[in-house]
Design a protein around this ligand. Sequence first.
Ligand SMILES: [Zn+2]
Ligand SMILES: [Zn+2]
Length: 130
Amino acid sequence: MKKRISILLVILVMLGSTIGVSADDQIGGVYEIDHVTVIFDENSQFSTDKQEVIANLLVHPEYGVAQANLICALFGHDNISETVVTITHKVNDTSPRCLQELFTVTSCNRCGETSTERTGYYYITCCPAD
Ligand SMILES: [Zn+2]
Ligand SMILES: [Zn+2]
């Protein structure tokens, strides 16, 4: 009887960890904007709201806006810096078709002022040929 209970516990723990993993997958921010996939680190320090803003900024840099903040003006920004990956799909007609780029994104927690710097890029096999 005791053995049966411990087996049940093991199954429950296994089930629990499986559920835990799939939940984590959903938290690691992936955004699809137009024909671009923006991928944040699964342990990203950026909040979900912030990730959305940064993803939009990477795809549409012309929309970048920063509000002036008095505290930042006096004491400097409260910056977080992280690497963000973008995949721009179907930039080439033939394989490898998609462009993967790495950006260092620096964003202020207070005012939201964000700068992006491309640190690398390479073409990947991702989308099939038409
Ligand atoms: Zn700031
Ligand atoms: Zn692709």
